[in-house]
Design a protein. Structure first.
Length: 537
């Protein structure tokens, strides 16, 4: 792996908030009032061009998530709050935490004036142009939370030129474009809250950081993947002195603030005696190890290995016992439980234990080095471990890795190369979400342009020639892997045409995508873990 030469320590990490040199500027009322006035012309151009492009995507493919969120508008507008988490009018029941439900309820008010049919609970699969335009527009507007956070990162950065590239990479990220503006979700808005929380940690405002993360958890509970890093960082750097003694006032302030956030979110449902019902919607543990399309993580490789072993057993006398139910397992691309034919089955407790073991390694390091940059690295790795080894991980969860990893990309060439491998593999792993012919060329061309605009400038600034022959060979293998995505795309495109849509082989391109992307994501996980463990903070 590339030699790490830069320290991640920051001279302000050991200071109290009031001692930090930039604290008065960042907290002054004038700075916030004047914030938008400091936007450069290039930043305005990025906003206008990206917004115009997103408007052009209004007629693009929409997944079932579009109807999911329309139905949630109807639920939160038409029903009293006591019925929100009980309604089953549609199969797309409300299964996000209450803050997101309140967010949907707020958005349902203008929707009811624009077109009352949007919030009609019985009006399932409504797809008039009014609802399409309205919901697409809400994604664009809510994503401004992300844009504002990214602008603020540029303002407080010690290297604004590099941070400007990183901020642009996130605001224009192909993953967000595919998932939010085509497939349809609100990830940009929620990652905006996450980045504001990280930004508060960067500025030394750790209480605000903890409050914002608590708010985020009550918008979407998948961010629990990142919670261990927040807990250790805030406990060690905010609630304890450098000598290790608890500071009671800070501990009580943080605990009470987080508790108030959760009371605001869950309180009404606790008072109505609906907490268990709400939790049953948020955590449906009956789903299988893999999603229908295997998220490219460790279990994708295990599942692929089971399919290969099954074929060996069928054609060779290798003396392995076969689980008959695993032969027709839904691990081949259908929704349902995953049953292995040859390899012992994985249970939720196994995935939980493995994830915790990996996270503990990073949390121990964070405890000993509770600096801001150590926190961002540990945060990224906690999300990465959850993605690699979690139960029923969705492919969209890779953004929980790619977004915070971007903040580390310009540290040095080692981090940059890790970021490149994870980004290319992670973005390509999202391509199967957009499977319609009209959008196929769009997702490929956009991703290539994004790579040229973002990765090439960073490469020019950060590149270091490998220091020895083993590193030269490793660099060559990594580059060959990255070039291999062109051949993978050719295979995914041409294979269905060559087989005529044979149902016996139709899942093979998906499996190839999952396995190939998993190799890169696992390698970048190993890379990042090693860098964090050996780095001095």
């Amino acid at each position: 792996m590339d030699t790490v030469k830069q320290s991640h320590s920051s001279p302000t990490d050991e200071l109290d908030d009031s001692q930090k040199p930039h604290a008065p500027k960042s907290t002054s009322a004038w700075t916030w009032l004047n914030f938008l006035g400091n936007v450069s012309q290039s930043e305005v151009d990025v906003l206008l061009l990206s917004t115009a492009f997103k408007f052009l995507l209004f007629p693009a493919y929409r997944s079932t998530d579009f109807e999911v969120h329309r139905n949630w508008l109807a639920i939160t507008h038409s029903l009293p709050i006591s019925r929100w988490y009980y309604d089953t009018t549609s199969e797309w029941t409300l299964d996000y935490p209450p803050f997101f439900a309140y967010f949907e309820s707020l958005m349902s008010i203008p929707a009811s004036f624009i077109d009352p049919k949007i919030v009609d609970l019985q009006n399932l699969q409504y797809d008039a142009w009014t609802v399409i335009a309205y919901q697409r527009l809400t994604v664009i507007i809510s994503e401004l939370v992300l844009g504002a956070a990214l602008l603020r990162f540029i303002r407080v950065s010690v290297d604004p030129s590099r941070q400007r590239i990183l901020s642009a990479s996130l605001f224009l990220h192909p993953g967000l474009l595919m998932i939010d503006h085509i497939h349809f979700q609100y990830n940009g808005f929620m990652f905006g809250i996450l980045l504001w929380s990280i930004l508060m940690a960067c500025e030394g405002r750790k209480l605000a950081s903890g409050i914002l993360f608590a708010v985020l958890l009550n918008f979407k509970h998948i961010y629990m993947y990142l919670a261990p890093a927040y807990f250790i960082y805030l406990l060690r750097s905010y609630c304890m002195s450098p000598a290790g003694a608890i500071i009671p006032t800070r501990f009580i302030s943080l605990a009470n603030s987080v508790l108030l956030v959760f009371l605001a979110s869950l309180g009404p449902f606790v008072l109505m005696g609906q907490l268990l019902q709400l939790l049953s919607r948020l955590f449906p543990f009956t789903r299988g190890l893999n999603h229908a399309y295997w998220a490219p993580n460790a279990w994708a490789l295990v599942t692929a290995a089971d399919r290969v072993l099954l074929q060996l057993v069928k054609h060779l006398d290798v003396g392995l016992v076969v689980n008959e139910s695993g032969i027709a397992s839904t691990s081949r691309g259908l929704v349902g439980d995953t049953v292995f034919a040859v390899i012992p089955n994985i249970k939720p407790i196994h995935t939980f234990i493995i994830t915790i073991i990996f996270q503990m390694v990073y949390l121990i390091k964070l405890w000993s080095a509770p600096t801001y940059k150590s926190f961002v690295a540990a945060l990224t790795l906690c999300g990465y471990a959850s993605y690699m080894f979690g139960w029923h991980v969705h492919e969209k969860a890779i953004l929980l890795v790619l977004v915070p990893l971007t903040l580390l990309a310009s540290e040095n060439y080692a981090y940059y190369k890790t970021f490149v491998i994870a980004s290319v593999a992670g973005i390509f792993s999202l391509f199967p979400l957009i499977f319609t012919p009209a959008e196929t060329l769009l997702k490929i061309v956009y991703s290539v342009i994004w790579g040229g605009m973002i990765l090439y400038p960073l490469h020019k600034q950060l590149y270091e020639f490998p220091s020895s022959l083993p590193w030269v060979l490793l660099e060559s293998f990594e580059n060959a892997y990255l070039y291999g995505f062109a051949f993978l795309q050719a295979f995914v495109t041409l294979f269905p045409l060559m087989t005529g849509g044979n149902p016996d082989t139709e899942f093979l391109p998906l499996m190839a995508t999952s396995v190939y992307c998993a190799v890169g994501l696992i390698w970048s996980f190993i890379r990042l873990s090693t860098l964090y463990i050996i780095e001095q903070y």
